[in-house]
Design a protein around this ligand. Sequence first.
Ligand code: NAP
Length: 414
Amino acid sequence: MVKLFADGGSRLNEKLQLVAVSARKAGQDRGVDLGAYRWVDDPVALASDPNIDVFVELIGGAGGVAKAAVEAALARGAHVVTANKALLAVHGAQLATLAERNGAKLLFEAAVGGGVPMVKALKESVAGSRASSVAGILNGTCNYILTEMENSGRSFEAVLAEAQSMGYAEADPTTDVGGFDAAHKLTILSAIAFGTRPDYEHVRIQGIERVTLTDIRLAAKLGYRIKLIAKGALADGAVEMHVRPACLSYDHPLASVNGSLNALVVDAEPSGQLTFIGRGAGEGPTAASVASDLIDLAEGRAGFAFGKPLSQLAAAPRATPAERGRYYLRLLVKDRPGVVAAISDRLAHEEISIESFLQMPVHSGPAVPIVLTTQTCSRAKIEAAVRAIEALDVVAEAPLLMPVEQAGQSWGRS
Ligand SMILES: NC(=O)c1ccc[n+]([C@@H]2O[C@H](COP(=O)([O-])OP(=O)(O)OC[C@H]3O[C@@H](n4cnc5c(N)ncnc54)[C@H](OP(=O)(O)O)[C@@H]3O)[C@@H](O)[C@H]2O)c1
């Protein structure tokens, strides 16, 4: 639950008055006394109340009551502050249009990076530069799981179960570990950074479910740490957006962001590379970001939702699969003579050179994991090679393909 404190040391001032509250269960102990405020059962009715100037939506979900309430507020010209990245990623353009038409502001610092000011940094501080890429660790649950797997040597399933029991992961973890939450956030950041309409449908999403302890150990032997990276890049006028596990060299600015921290690296000219890091979730950091939006409203400095009027946001053309880079490929193969030659042959057919090759004799059973990294090649070619390798009858399960990223590398174009 996101708790918003109107007293205490922030600059939330007398210009803002909390007048009413809504949630599902009126009598619930929320650790804060709401007795002084009017209770409204229906959030849409609250958002429609003509006496309320600002509606703060902390319900969640891309549709349902959250969307209905935000629309009700914006439609009558009331400002909205929300932490709801799913809603913004999927319906951001429509909501920003509604806000503009009715003279309302739509603010959402808390929706991305929790307490880390990523939205405002891109909207305001980086506005004088031209961003070429944004790359972040935007989901604390995934980062916690990967960090714990590396530190404790436990499996994905064991760490996830522990995170669920401690309340760090949802009972249904799909949104987090499947990469969808990070994709929602990436959609918002890319829209602001590149001046394009939010375009969630075109994010290529791969979660961390298939990253094993073996991957973490073998990647470490090769000098890499595995992270779930959400990255948007502007290339040849097109926007590429990916959420996927990646192997980062240890000197990469995101490689040392551990536990539940979030971070964002922005490459922009002329400002150069900028890094933002901090707590990406939790009631305190999230409430602080909500409060900062409220202060912006009270002090009259809230701008356009995505940094520019919606009419000036381009519909970004989708990138062609022109990505080039180095790749990590993990295979589980039956331990038979000729396997390595068959794999090398499929790679050679696509003109892909192997950079390193590792085998780990840790698996029980007839199949063994092998890992190889490639020299720079096109993604289209490595994907073609992976399809051919997967068709070999010695391959025991679907291969895992991850990009390899070095510090200072222009992602996807090396
Ligand atoms: N938690 C974080 O660290 C964090 C960080 C950044 C962004 N966010 C975003 O903030 C939003 C809320 O997340 P959360 O973690 O605070 O979720 P949460 O703990 O589940 O809180 C959701 C709140 O919405 C209320 N609610 C849900 N359905 C409702 C309905 N149909 N009618 C009225 N009230 C309803 C709930 O009421 P009851 O309490 O009565 O059930 C609860 O107070 C989400 O969009 C999330 O992505 C959260």
